[in-house]
Ligand binder design. Structure first.
Ligand SMILES: C[S@@+](CC[C@H](N)C(=O)[O-])C[C@H]1O[C@@H](n2cnc3c(N)ncnc32)[C@H](O)[C@@H]1O
Length: 248
């Protein structure tokens, strides 16, 4: 299947539309380079963004946490490193990404039990009301059916449980937004292509998917529409990234 969906003049335009096959293919291909790309493309900011997401979970001792779209495990392992939760279940539909996460897990030795499983975020293989917190970092944007994911998260959360979403967003200040979009359009595909030896299309998809993702207010409205009782957000790095926190 081609990722190039239309042409504009001489340049092919890569669509940001996620499909299961396409997204799984991309992450399967880039799994081994993903961490290096993350660190370089965010200039190290990603670690602070994940730390802020851990704080947003408001973990209490003994809580059980589900991290979906866990990828190479950085958010799940940051939660485990706090040693507050009883258990963290890290899930992703890409076995290649989870394999990287599992290699990193032994370095995090706390009282928190960590488990890994392959699961689609739109059809979670867990019972009703089985988690206190569900988290996702840079994953919701890749789901073809966000409404299905919100339904599933509401189902597996206990009443009063919290869904914390860390995701790229829309900077409010126009000059900063313009700089960010230039970076996304030009530097990200170049850097990604260098790290993966030529897989530029995957990183053009990344740019397109960020630009077509709803802004902060629209995502909060979607969450409330789905049935969460509240949905608030906090901007990080001038709105390049936002953390939404929605309560069941
Ligand atoms: C950009 S990575 C983020 C990984 C990690 N959470 C992080 O913060 O670095 C997105 C992840 O979402 C996963 N993913 C995308 N669609 C998914 C789905 N429908 N179900 C489960 N995982 C999915 C991909 O395999 C990939 O590992």
């Amino acid at each position: 299947m081609s990722d190039k969906t239309s042409t504009a003049g001489k340049h092919e335009v890569v669509s940001g539309e996620p499909t299961t096959e396409r997204v799984r293919g991309i992450f399967g291909r880039i799994a081994e380079s993903y961490d290096a790309f993350n660190m370089m493309s965010s200039m190290g900011f990603d670690r602070g963004w994940r730390r802020a997401a851990v704080r947003a979970t408001q973990l209490t001792p003994g809580s059980s946490v589900l991290d979906i779209c866990a990828g190479t495990g950085d958010l799940a392992l940051a939660i485990a490193a706090r040693g507050v939760a009883k258990r963290v279940e890290a899930t992703d539909f890409s076995p290649e990404m989870l394999a990287v996460a599992m290699r990193k897990a032994p370095k995090v030795a706390t009282g928190t039990e960590v488990a890994f499983s392959v699961a689609d975020a739109q059809a979670l293989p867990f019972g009703d009301a089985s988690f206190d917190v569900v988290t996702v970092a840079f994953g919701v944007r890749n789901l073809p059916d966000r409404a299905a994911n919100f339904r599933e998260v509401l189902r597996v959360l206990r009443p009063g449980g919290r869904y914390v979403i860390l995701e790229f967003s829309t900077p409010g200040w126009a000059p900063w937004r313009a700089v960010y979009h230039l970076y996304l359009g030009h530097i990200i595909p170049l850097l990604g292509s260098l790290l993966t030896r030529g897989d530029r299309t995957s990183f053009e998809y990344l740019n397109a998917s960020i630009r077509s993702f709803p802004d902060q207010g629209s995502l909060a409205r979607e969450l409330k529409h789905a049935g969460f009782t509240s949905a608030e957000w906090k901007n990080l790095t001038g709105g390049i990234v936002a953390i939404h926190s929605a309560v069941k």
